[in-house]
Design a protein around this ligand. Sequence first.
Ligand SMILES: NC(=O)c1ccc[n+]([C@@H]2O[C@H](COP(=O)([O-])OP(=O)(O)OC[C@H]3O[C@@H](n4cnc5c(N)ncnc54)[C@H](OP(=O)(O)O)[C@@H]3O)[C@@H](O)[C@H]2O)c1
Length: 284
Amino acid sequence: MINSIKDTIKLADGNEMPMEGFGTYKLDNQETMDQAVKTAFECGYRLFDTAQFYNNEELLGNSIKKLEINRKEIFITDKIPEPKQGYQSTLDAIDESLSRLQTDYIDLILVHWPIHSQFFATWRAFEKAKADGKVKSIGVSNYHQTHLDLLSTAADEMPVVNQIEDHPYLTQEPMVAANKQRNILTQAWSPMGRGATLQDPTIKSIAEKHGKSTAQTILRWHLQRGISIIPKSSNPERIKQNANIYDFNLSDDEMKQISSLNQEQRTGDDPELVYEIEHQYPTK
Ligand SMILES: NC(=O)c1ccc[n+]([C@@H]2O[C@H](COP(=O)([O-])OP(=O)(O)OC[C@H]3O[C@@H](n4cnc5c(N)ncnc54)[C@H](OP(=O)(O)O)[C@@H]3O)[C@@H](O)[C@H]2O)c1
């Protein structure tokens, strides 16, 4: 079990990744990013999750620079959006991200959403970028089991992380098991359902027993399921709170109670539907 926010897990490719990271979606001005990144780093967060789609890579790069730390002390996750998918366009997009982040490597690059037209070409570009040392690890986001199966027909290396929406109202047990079976770490985006799960009475009562907040209880529930988390907050107190989840344990019964709250409630699209409508899987 992970005992500290700085603890890492070994991914299938041998690289180490912190289990808890800091989400940066919607942090869109330099002052807020600077304050959030500084607070997060001081609280022990070492993983920062961005995406080209968030339009904040440069802000994050600037904030990290201001920390005046060794690049190796932090782990950066980035994502390639749908319009940039394809072989050469993905390679070019990675170079653009490196420039905006002001770094010479990205720790983990993810396909943000699967799209049918560039499904294999984007992955080939990821394998090339890894061989070239521009990215250390390659992964996916919003992939279902069928996407992983399809990818395995042509991939030299499989993804080491699948970042999917996961929270008490969308527990994704089959997908989590499918990732595990393929040696892929599940990482939860919107780990608190973007706020939707924070008033839940069952979680509230479990949280009160431990003297913790509902947010802390939910984040702890993820970790005890072996799921990586990237909570986002722009509030220093909440950034701190979300890192303070390593001094209590949920019992098996409490874990089951939270898992039983699943109601297949998504905050984002269902990638299976988005992917399938009017499209078929491409052939190699
Ligand atoms: N791969 C993908 O497709 C994808 C999609 C969505 C998100 N993501 C990534 O996942 C990260 C996290 O997801 P998210 O930002 O959508 O949702 P989230 O982390 O589940 O929730 C963030 C919301 O909860 C609030 N919050 C945070 N900590 C809290 C606490 N301790 N108590 C009460 N409220 C709290 C935040 O408000 P304040 O800021 O005011 O504290 C914010 O409104 C994103 O930032 C992004 O990096 C990836």
